[in-house]
Each structure stands twice: as structure tokens, then as C-alpha cells.
Design a protein around this ligand. Structure first.
Ligand code: PSV
Ligand code: MN
Length: 399
């Protein structure tokens, strides 16, 4: 096994994870939203919270934005980018909103209505321009498009509408930008989702153009699906663009990363380390992003917990002894091969992680440092007052 401290330090030095602006604000399920006193109210709060998480972890320099939720009409994107810069972070992926407008009832770029398709494409192109102003690399596309009943629309016609729109959108990218295509098996469409799996997303990305790649949201798979195999195949095709990290027990539950199945995330990271090792240590450019709603856990604590879990699993996966693994595989020694993975997964890397943080001038325990900073309490006091002034609903007091 590689010497643990060295391998952990090397792995963490290049590992960056983007936090989502929406993970700092009040979110919920379709049954309701529970409010938290410290939750971000507006984009300024979200940027401040994201900067706080980055200060404690030194691993989250960018924040993903969701366009309609963050950039209200009239918002000056350049001002937002410079505000983020002052706080020590940058605007990360731009996520168009192609599902909330009434016009999208039957879909966005896949809709049978030309007016809906035109509006969706114009919005994607606006988001590409927004990304150019904010200096963001990725425009990340997720479509709620699909149908609810057999016969509702022509499945192949919808596919053709997608191809045309994505190709056209790709033509507006600058050479620094990438287009990420996300898939999801169901919800909100319950009969047929237009981009339902990685094969459809891969095909669509290929048709869009060379700067388009696939985004793997860990929650967007059927329960028994082997996600690391999808990752391995996409890596091999040079088509893995990024991740949306979260965990789930049933479907797209948006629970915090590794809370249900940390070994799954470890196995995904193992495929990435193995791929890089086979290419002389050259890691592919992958956008690691969190996409959770963690609606019951305190927002910032959940984010820090997720970032630390991602670092821990990424570090553990870097400890797999690739030479021993190859030897075992060559001999057909299944038990020893599997043990190479298990041994790394079972290694306690917490001391090495704390050491790495201290070497960056950070507290060895970001969650404890967050709690000691009383950031959440101060935010709660100020934001509760502001909520009252704005007439926004607040949390239930059990006292
Ligand atoms: C859809 O479930 C999704 O995973 C997409 O990435 C959206 O942009 C995001 O969630 C919204 O939370
Ligand atoms: Mn997602």
C-alpha cells in the first residue's frame, strides 16, 4: 500500500469540490419546506456561507449557481462574480432552470411546442453568456423533460428536438467552457424521461459537440445500478465531465454524501485513481460538485460534513495498492484483489487528513472549527431579523 500520509497529501492537494448555492438555502420535499434560522435568504448569504466553508476546508473555491434562484432578472453577473472574488471564492457551474416556468409543462427543449423550445434554448444561451461574464467553466444541464403517459408524445421526435437544441447551444460556448449533460431515470416525468440514463446523456453529449460531457449525479440511478462501472466506461471514453454528489436509500433522496453507502463513493474514486495511475499519474479534468438538499440537517454543518466525507473517501481510495491489485487480477485471485480495495477502505485516514489541514494552516477538524466560530449563531440572529422584516416564514419553535 502507498505510504499513507504521502498518498493522502498528494490526493488532497489536487482535490476540489464545488458546493451548491441551493444547499445553503431552505429547501424541502414536494410535501413542504422546513425553515432554518441560519439558512441563506439571498445570493449574498449563499456566497458568504460558501466562502466560510472554503475558509475552513481550503477545498471548495467555487460555488454552483442555479440561475433563476440566484440571478433574479436585472442581477448584474459581473458584480456577483466580483463579490464572490472579494470573499475568496469564484462562481462555479451555471445551472439553467428549464423546469419551473409554466411554459415547460410538456417539456423544455423536448416540448412539442415551439415557443417552449425557443424559450428554453434562449435561456441556455443566456446561461452560457452568463458563464462567460462570471468566468465559470461549466454550464450544467439537467432537463425535467419527459412524458407521463404512453402515447403522450413521439419519443423519437423529442430526441431529435434535444439533438438540435444541444448542438445549437454548444455553438455558443467559448473555448474555455464545457457543457455538462445530466441524466435521471424519472421524476418529474413518470412514464418516459428524455435523458433517462448515462447512455442517452453520452449520445446527446457526443452529438452536441466536443466540449460536451456527461455529468453523473450519484442519486440518479436505479437502486442496484453499478455506478462505478458507468464511471469507468465514461472515463475510458473521455466523456466523464463531472459529478453531482449526494446519497440515497430509495431514489433521488438528496441525502448527504456517504451517509448511506460510503463504499459506493470509495469505489467510484478508486476507478478515477486507477485510471490516472494507468496514465502515468495524469488525472482527467472532472468537476466534482455537491448536489444535496439536506433539508433537516443544519445547512453549513451538512456541507462541511459532506466535504470532509468526500476528502476522506478520495484519500482512502488513493491508498489502493494498484501493483498488488494487478498481480492478484493476473492470477485470478479474487479474494486478494477484493482485499486490496477493502484494506484501503478500512484504513483510518483521519490523522493524515488532520495533518494535511494543519499543513494548510487550517484547523484539523473543520466541523469543530465551524462550531467554535459561532458563524451559524450569528447568521441565525441576523437572518431571523431580516426574515421578519421581509415577512418571510420562519422555523417552528419547539420551546
Ligand atoms: C435534479 O434532480 C437535480 O439533480 C439537477 O441537478 C438540478 O439542477 C438539481 O437537482 C436541483 O436541486
Ligand atoms: Mn443533480
Amino acid at each position: 500500500m502507498p505510504t499513507s500520509s504521502n498518498a493522502v497529501f498528494e490526493a488532497l492537494d489536487s482535490f476540489r469540490i464545488e458546493t451548491p448555492s441551493w444547499g445553503y438555502a431552505d429547501t424541502g420535499t414536494r410535501f413542504g419546506k422546513f425553515h432554518q434560522p441560519a439558512a441563506a435568504i439571498d445570493l449574498d448569504d449563499k456566497l458568504a456561507d460558501a466562502a466560510h466553508v472554503h475558509r475552513l476546508t481550503a477545498c471548495c473555491p467555487t460555488v454552483a449557481t442555479h440561475v433563476l434562484w440566484d440571478f433574479a432578472p436585472g442581477t448584474d453577473a459581473a458584480t456577483v462574480a466580483s463579490k464572490a472574488g472579494v470573499l475568496g471564492i469564484a462562481i462555479g457551474s451555471i445551472n439553467p432552470n428549464l423546469f419551473q416556468d409554466q411554459i415547460y409543462k410538456l417539456g423544455s427543449v423536448g416540448s412539442p411546442f415551439e415557443t417552449a423550445r425557443d424559450q428554453a434554448l434562449a435561456h441556455i444561451i443566456d446561461c452560457i453568456k452568463l458563464g462567460q461574464v462570471t468566468g465559470s467553466k461549466a454550464v450544467s444541464l439537467w432537463f425535467a423533460d419527459g412524458t407521463n403517459y404512453p402515447g403522450q408524445d413521439n419519443i423519437r421526435a423529442r430526441k431529435h428536438r434535444f439533438e438540435a437544441a444541444l448542438k445549437e447551444a454548444h455553438g455558443h460556448l467559448s473555448k474555455e467552457q464545457i457543457l455538462l449533460v445530466e441524466y435521471k431515470p424519472f421524476e418529474p416525468a413518470f412514464y418516459q424521461t428524455d435523458l433517462a440514463d448515462w447512455g442517452m446523456a453520452l449520445l446527446m453529449a457526443k452529438k452536441a459537440g466536443p466540449q460536451a460531457k456527461v455529468l453523473v449525479d450519484t442519486g440518479h440511478h436505479y437502486l442496484s445500478q453499478n455506478i462505478e462501472q458507468i464511471v469507468a466506461w465514461l472515463l475510458d471514453e473521455d466523456m466523464l465531465g463531472g459529478f453531482h454528489f449526494n446519497d440515497r436509500r430509495y431514489a433521488d433522496d438528496d441525502l448527504t454524501l456517504g451517509s448511506i453507502d460510503p463504499y459506493q463513493i470509495f469505489r467510484i474514486f478508486h476507478e478515477i485513481h486507477l485510471f490516472a495511475q494507468e496514465r502515468g499519474g495524469k488525472y482527467p479534468a472532472i468537476e466534482y460538485m455537491i448536489d444535496q438538499s439536506h433539508n433537516l440537517k443544519p445547512k453549513i454543518e451538512a456541507m462541511i460534513q459532506t466535504v470532509c466525507t468526500a476528502q476522506e473517501l478520495y484519500a482512502k481510495a488513493a491508498l489502493v495498492d494498484h501493483a498488488a491489485l494487478l498481480q492478484a487480477q493476473k492470477k485470478g485471485n479474487i479474494v486478494d484483489a477484493e482485499m486490496c480495495l477493502k484494506k484501503a477502505f478500512n484504513t483510518d485516514v483521519s490523522a493524515a487528513l488532520a495533518e494535511w489541514r494543519k499543513s494548510k494552516g487550517l484547523d484539523g477538524d473543520p466541523l469543530a472549527a465551524h462550531r467554535a466560530s459561532a458563524y451559524a449563531e450569528k447568521a441565525a440572529a441576523e437572518r431571523s431579523k431580516r426574515r421578519q422584516e421581509l415577512g418571510i416564514a420562519t422555523e417552528h419553535s419547539y420551546a
